[in-house]
Design a protein around this ligand. Structure first.
Ligand code: FO1
Length: 311
């Protein structure tokens, strides 16, 4: 199984899949458009969120960072007169130090990511969408162009978004490990991450469309919008600002060209999507059991579809 994920929401479904599958049967392809350099450190928030979640060490209250981490480094920055807006924990810092050192020595992001994940005991393959620099830029009415973390964390995704673009995407390529994971998968899953900020960069990568289209595996996306709202993060607000109806059918229409099946939440009313089967499941994951249940239901549906491939 290969699942495309962004941050916290996607990490939950990846965690559910990891609970059900032998580690060698799961590959997680992660968005790196949120990556940025902060105090000289190479930060990959979505990779770290998925890694810590699959390693069972994530801060469960936030969904990111290391559980029980301390903030002495941040305190020392303040002692120097800094006002740190991006909360880097002391344990989390080790990840950024080693990644920064490896990238500076010329090691590809996919290689250092695999090394760190293995060291933390993560079984499934943790794969960056690309080894090339891609930066999601959010155009806002109030502040102009903002780097992703400036928009998401510093401004708490409150600015009004007028456009989004992925800087560097034309010169980037889907990473080789990601291409192999997609080509080799019996089931392809798009996790309930933000379609524009998390899944968008992955599907926009040169090389993605070809390898995705070449697969005859069931391709199932899970809605990040339930009852007209996002579970977490700016997806609903963003859709409103981009003039898109804030609903599961609207997300389904965006994913239509990429998937064979679309999962919406049982709270929402049934709808059809031409050429794509839709299915109502319980998609809100509050507990680990919810995560495994949703993962199991998605895999179960894929198994049905594999038995009777449509078209
Ligand atoms: N998100 C926040 O809202 N505030 C933070 O201070 C913050 C720090 C942070 C540090 C490391 C890391 O890996 C993630 C962190 N995040 C923080 C989450 C991150 O900005 C977002 O979850 C993703 O980029 C969006 O998917």
């Amino acid at each position: 199984v290969c699942v495309l994920v962004g941050g916290v929401g996607g990490a939950k479904l990846a965690h559910g899949l990891a609970a059900l599958l032998p580690p060698e049967n799961l590959a997680v392809v992660v968005n790196t458009g949120d990556d940025f350099t902060h105090y000289g450190l190479a930060i990959s928030p979505d990779l770290d969120t998925v890694m810590y979640t699959l390693a069972g060490v994530v801060d469960t209250a936030n969904g990111w960072g290391v559980g029980g981490d301390t903030a002495h480094m941040l305190d020392m920055l303040r002692a120097y007169g800094e006002t740190p807006w991006f909360r880097l924990g002391d344990r989390d810092l080790a990840t950024h130090l080693l990644r920064t050192q490896a990238l500076a020595a010329g090691e590809p992001l996919s290689r250092v990511t695999a090394r760190l994940a293995r060291a933390l005991g993560v079984g499934p393959a943790l794969i960056p969408m690309t080894d090339d620099p891609v930066h999601t830029v959010v155009e806002t009415r109030e502040w102009g162009a903002l780097a992703f973390q400036e928009y998401f964390v510093r401004h708490r995704w409150q600015p009004t978004v007028t456009a989004i673009h992925y800087e560097g995407i034309e010169r980037a390529r889907l990473s080789e490990p990601a291409a192999q994971a997609i080509a080799g998968a019996d089931v392809l899953v798009i996790a309930p991450s933000n379609p524009w900020l998390s899944i968008g960069p992955i599907v926009a990568l040169p090389g993605f469309r070809t390898v995705w289209a070449a697969s005859s595996a069931p391709k199932i996306a899970v809605t990040p919008i339930v009852a007209g709202a996002a579970i977490k993060g700016p997806a609903a607000k963003l859709m409103g600002e981009l003039g898109i109806e804030v609903s599961a059918p609207a997300v389904g229409a965006i994913y239509r060209e990429w998937v064979t099946g679309f999962v919406y939440d049982e709270q929402d009313s049934a709808f059809t999507l031409d050429g794509v089967e839709t299915r109502a499941l319980s998609t809100v994951m509050k507990t680990d059991a919810d995560r495994a249940a949703l993962a199991g239901a998605v895999l179960g549906w894929a198994a049905e579809r594999s038995a009777h491939p449509v078209g």
